[in-house]
Design a protein around this ligand. Structure first.
Ligand SMILES: [Mn+2]
Length: 313
């Protein structure tokens, strides 16, 4: 599959790289890392990283803004995005050829060429592997690509803590740190939080409710988010904080937005993307999400999660 992707890249003059909505460091890292590799390797081609600007990820890069006509006859590559609905910037359809590169379960096989590796810790890890595959054929990696891919790997592995981290992940990360970039600066940017978000973190730690079977729930209403002056995207950053609680098996955050409630599920074992899928969401076995319309539906999600963890689903 890597061979087919490299062939397509060589063939096209314009290459536009997309990623998923509500981006995380791996979405930006795989997208930006690939764009940097391609720019370095093919300086004569027109290569863009598009998608809605996310200010909290500006330390990585700022997306390109391009006109619709750029898509004419272009190659479009989508990184880190399991289903077409979650692709950021729907103009991905306007290109001539579409490639999917992803590490999530291949629930929706969109595109003309697909490379899906669910054993990869991150899409950034796959992009580095793509570089290794293509370096004999002219692919080049620069310091900025290394910085972005390293950030993506660190982000999706929770600083190498998650079980998705393999020997290969460490080897690639070890190779990436040979390039010139400041890891200290990168880590500071990745993990610094505004004081109001830290205070909301305090609220989460104080107020989570334990259900009897190792399931916990946190409800962040509009009102509460207003009170802390934290937006739903920022609040989503706190989902991981309950992972250290002894006895925790799985937990859910309900984060209220204007017209919907975001569901963020995390697990220490039970496969919770099954629950996410019941509510038209998706994700990884231990980290998944969905969007629902009401607090009644939130009760349904919690019931499903309780059933799953107690082994009745
Ligand atoms: Mn990812």
């Amino acid at each position: 599959m890597k061979e087919k992707i490299l062939e397509a890249i060589k063939q096209y003059e314009t290459i536009i790289v997309h990623r998923h909505v509500r981006p995380d460091p791996d979405a930006y890292g795989s997208q930006g890392g690939l764009v940097e590799i391609l720019k370095e390797s093919f300086p004569e081609k027109h290569i863009f990283a598009v998608g809605q600007d996310e200010p909290t990820l500006h330390y990585m890069f700022t997306p390109d803004v391009i006109d619709d006509e750029v898509y004419k006859g272009a190659l479009v590559i989508v990184c880190d995005t399991a289903n077409a609905e979650r692709i950021c910037d729907l103009r991905y359809k306007m290109g001539e050829k579409l490639i999917k590169i992803d590490h999530h379960p291949n629930e929706e096989p969109y595109g003309d060429v697909l490379w899906v590796d669910t054993t990869a810790s991150s899409c950034s890890e796959m992009i580095y592997e793509f570089y290794l595959f293509g370096k004999e054929q002219g692919l080049k990696l620069n310091d900025e690509a290394a910085r972005l891919l390293f950030a993506g790997i660190v982000g999706d592995t929770g600083r190498f803590l998650f079980p998705s981290t393999t020997e290969k992940t460490f080897i690639y990360a070890g190779e990436l740190i040979h390039y010139q970039f400041s890891r200290t600066e990168l880590f500071d940017k990745m993990y610094e939080l505004e004081p109001n978000i830290i205070k909301l973190k305090g609220y989460v730690l104080q107020s989570f409710e334990f259900q009897t079977n190792g399931v916990a729930v946190v409800k962040l209403t509009n009102e509460l988010l207003d009170q802390y002056q934290v937006n739903p995207t920022e609040a989503s950053l706190l989902v991981g904080v309950l992972g250290d609680v002894k006895g925790m098996k799985a937990w859910v955050f309900f984060i209220e937005e204007k017209d919907q409630i975001r569901v963020r599920l995390r697990s220490k074992g039970p496969v919770i993307n099954k629950v996410a899928r019941k509510f038209n969401g998706g994700g990884h076995p231990l980290a998944a999400g969905a969007s629902i319309r009401s607090w009644d539906e939130a009760t349904d999600v919690l019931n499903e999660l309780n059933k799953l963890v107690s082994g009745t689903m």
